[in-house]
Design a protein. Sequence first.
Length: 350
Amino acid sequence: MKPILQNLVEMTGHRDHLRLEVSVLSTLQTLSGIVEVRALELFTIDGVAHVRPRSWVEDGQLVSTDSEAAADPRRETLDKYPALRDCVANQGDSALASPRRGRHVLWLPVWMHDKVTTCLEITQSRAFSAHKLEVLKGVFQVYQNYQSLLDYSERDALTGLFNRKTFDEQFSRHALNGLSSGRPGTVTESLPPEEGSLPGEPVQQWLAVVDIDHFKQVNDRFGHLYGDEVLILIANILRSSFRSHDRIFRFGGEEFVVLLRSTTLSTAHKVFNRFRLAVQEYNFPQVGQVTVSLGFVSTMQGSPVEILGQADQALYYAKEHGRNQVCFYDDLVASGQLAAKVANDDVELF
């Protein structure tokens, strides 16, 4: 049992979801009789549940990918895994596949906020004994509990969205690792025809800063209790307006940030304006109508400080010129309405 305990100590020393995931796979791989371990990602495309490997062992080494799930050629529909599909549908804690070609597979779904987006898959060449299942589920429970603790520390207490600290960590890490690379490709989830992109448009990543218009007046007139309710409802509209692999953060106060992944400029305009209209048309209890302003920019060029600063510039232009609108930084610069901002580390030069 000593190697397992040592691995558990190492596993709970991580402060990052992906590293924790790789660590638990490494721990499970050390157990006798294990042939293969993988972390699977569960997601939907056009309402159809899919699954794809996200972390696995290859040539004796643990490998993890941060590629777009829906664009991954290894993805399969969840229906190809009936035991796992039924387990998720019934909110179960584990599933065993029927033995096939001398292989026995155990699935352990990770439940977070009553949803499953990750599942551990453990394969061995003989049937799982009761003792082996007990050990595997014990290791898994430590992993799931620690994932929950990490998730709690990464989220805003009021809205449940990711917090500013999480944004700083994620954006800095990914800015040089694919998020700002502007790789050509396809939109990662199918969009309705009216949101189709123009032919030949490049797929990019986008950062938007969102601010609730006249939010101070809401607090002053109706009180902070109703102000908090507006923030919670705005957060809910944000969740329903963007895809599962986009990222939404609350920066504090009435400001939010959205990372819109792998789509074109014309679609980004439409998606951001769709969210703006959804807020405008929502009837907030007691408060009535609330609107938002939004500034966005491509993440292709510049440091995280520059990118966030450019989105902020576009946002404040929107707020100073009528509010309740979406402004794209490059358009404002090209039309001469904004002067390009150049950042040198923490010093901003104009």
